[in-house]
Design a protein around this ligand. Structure first.
Ligand SMILES: [Zn+2]
Length: 301
């Protein structure tokens, strides 16, 4: 294995070109004349964060259980107050541990999307294993909710050189794990458009970055909840000003607490009072962008 500074151009260029941002899919206008689209997502990792690490800490498993037991109901109360539909990305093992939660969310019009098998890191897997887990995860979510997932978010936004091919095999409409833009774009593979919509994410718009805590490491929450709200609202206002997409990632075991749930409430309040935000699931937004761009809409039955 040569060192990166010894690589020839096809090697370094090949790595970059494998998965790239293609054309911008920002529509000329959003439904109902809205100024921006608001996509709220909740990654329902629950117990899989501990399981993925091979841990058997009962306390850490109970932290995951809190996400299902208190986080999800509290989040749903707020969403219901604003009649807002959201996307929940759920590892298959989490769905099997909490099938009623997924079924009930789907029955209420929320989206359940792929989030790996047990929150595994794709870059640590060989292609065969990653493919097997993603297919099994899609089958599991379909079995639990009665609906085939049309979109995915890779666990920890970890995306291997094989992930895109597997997403294509699964016929997915969209991915929401990459970072190349603020607004939706089409993913291209080695210069070829894939027909898959990317709804880009950012650590800036992720609650876990600001709030996570590790007892035996140096990691501590370092931003006040009010400051996190300020950052999120600035992202929302920026999307409104530019006519773009505001996509937020939250976690039931991170945001679903009494001292933090107001962040979700305030965002929905601002978006609703503004009167010009289209609050929709990731699938609805990806479908709309694909249709407006004249793409064949995948995954939707
Ligand atoms: Zn996750």
């Amino acid at each position: 294995m040569t060192e990166p500074h010894e690589w020839d151009e096809p090697t370094w260029r090949g790595r970059v070109e494998a998965v790239r941002a293609g054309r911008n899919l920002l529509p000329k206008s959003w439904p109902g004349g809205a100024r921006c689209a608001v996509a709220l997502s909740f990654d329902s990792d629950h117990e899989t964060n501990e399981l993925r690490d091979g841990g058997n800490s009962v306390a850490r498993l109970s932290w995951g259980e809190y996400g299902a037991r208190r986080g999800i109901p509290r989040i749903r109360q707020v969403l219901d107050r604003y009649d807002a539909k959201a996307s929940f990305f759920v590892p298959a093992v989490s769905a099997l541990l909490h099938p009623e939660e997924q079924k009930s969310l789907a029955d209420d019009g929320h989206e359940i999307g792929l989030h790996g098998w047990i929150h595994e890191l794709n870059t640590k897997l060989d292609a065969t294993t990653e493919r097997d887990l993603m297919h099994r995860a899609a089958d599991t979510l379909e079995k639990v909710t009665g609906r085939r997932p049309v979109g995915m978010r890779t666990p920890s936004w970890d995306y291997s050189p094989n992930t895109l091919t597997i997403a294509q095999e699964l016929g997915l409409l969209y991915d929401s794990s990459l970072f190349s833009d603020d607004d939706p774009y089409e993913i291209v593979a080695n210069g070829t458009p894939t027909g898959i919509v990317e709804l880009p994410v950012e650590w800036i718009r992720d609650d876990a970055v600001y709030f996570m805590m590790n007892r035996f490491g140096a990691q501590r929450p370092y931003t006040a909840p009010s400051d996190v709200l300020d950052i999120f609202l600035r992202e929302l206002e920026g999307a409104r000003a530019e006519g773009g997409l505001f996509l937020l990632t939250m976690h039931p075991h991170v945001t679903g607490y009494r001292s933090r749930i107001f962040i979700l409430e305030e965002i929905l309040k601002r978006a609703t009072e503004a009167g010009d935000c289209w609050i929709a699931t990731h699938a609805e937004i990806a479908q709309y962008c694909a249709e407006q761009a004249g793409m064949t809409v995948k995954g939707m039955k």
